[in-house]
Design a protein around this ligand. Structure first.
Ligand code: ZN
Length: 282
């Protein structure tokens, strides 16, 4: 009985998602989405979210595992897709802003265009990001039932007690701040790298050329990558300008290295501890 109900709800969600996509396309045809149209889309998304949360609750009661989703890596033909869904919440979790963050993540992590060889098969590595915006209440519920590192719970605020964006290492949660100019400063791709289990390299990268995305602020680098190329390393302006770091081939290889795939060709990238933060990032 409960199983039938779950199947029915799953069908309902699929229909609503198709409907939503149809409207999104329709509204965008004249080149922009006006306020009324956006409101309608938001309403539809909110209905879908409510059903999905209810559905997850029922699945849990019925002890059906949610479909594997988060940093997860999925082998498919000659493609290795690293999928991450960002679940944004907090005062600054506003759809347009979130969309910019996700665009930057996708652009930067796919830039090096890397092929890897696993068990004698070559795979093109593709990073795929999706996102959703939820209320604190919804996120709290989602975090309770989430089992996969594909879902990353990210609190967005103007500031936090650390005074900087942070992400738990090899984990699916963090608190990013808008004063870091998210979406255009390389901060989000750097934090995501921490989520994928990557640490900062040595603080002196001089002589090594292009700094990777995991290089921290304050790192000594070749002059062209400094805030001010004219000053000596370590002097004021003589450290890494974060906007000049890039996701390199080595960064991508480091994420893929050590992944343990199951028989279905799926591997977790990081853990799912599902921490939810308060407004100050505690
Ligand atoms: Zn860092």
């Amino acid at each position: 009985m409960q199983k039938e109900e779950i199947v029915k709800m799953q069908k309902e969600v699929a229909i609503l998602k198709t409907e939503l996509a149809k409207y999104q396309k329709l509204f965008a045809e004249d080149g922009h989405i006006d306020t009324d149209e956006q409101q309608k889309l938001n309403d539809m998304q909110s209905i879908i979210r409510t059903i999905v949360i209810e559905l997850d609750k029922k699945k849990k009661e019925f002890s059906i595992d949610a479909a594997p989703e988060s940093g997860i890596a999925v082998k498919n033909g000659n493609k290795l897709t690293i999928k991450s869904n960002l679940v944004f919440y907090g005062t600054k979790a506003i759809a347009d802003y979130c969309s910019n963050i996700v665009c930057e993540l996708e652009q930067m992590w796919n830039e090096p265009d890397v092929c890897v060889n696993i068990d004698d098969i070559n795979y093109k590595v593709v990073f795929e990001f999706t996102y959703q915006v939820n209320t604190v209440k919804e996120v709290t519920l989602l975090a309770q039932i989430n089992k996969t590192p594909e879902n990353n719970f990210i609190r967005l605020e103007e500031k936090n007690y650390m005074g900087r964006s942070f992400m738990f290492l090899n984990d699916n949660n963090g608190c990013w701040i808008t004063t870091d100019d998210l979406g255009q400063s390389t901060t989000a791709p750097h934090e995501m790298g921490h989520g994928y289990g990557q640490r900062h390299p040595d603080g002196d990268q001089r002589g090594k050329g292009q700094p990777g995305i995991m290089s921290a602020r304050g790192t000594l680098v070749d002059k062209e990558y400094q805030y001010n190329p004219k000053v000596k390393a370590g002097e004021k302006g003589g450290t890494l300008n974060p906007r000049k770091r890039k996701v390199t081939e080595a960064n991508v290889r480091a994420v893929v290295k050590g992944l343990k795939f199951n028989k279905d060709g799926i591997a977790n990238v990081g853990n799912a501890s599902n921490r939810i933060f308060d407004k100050w990032g505690r």
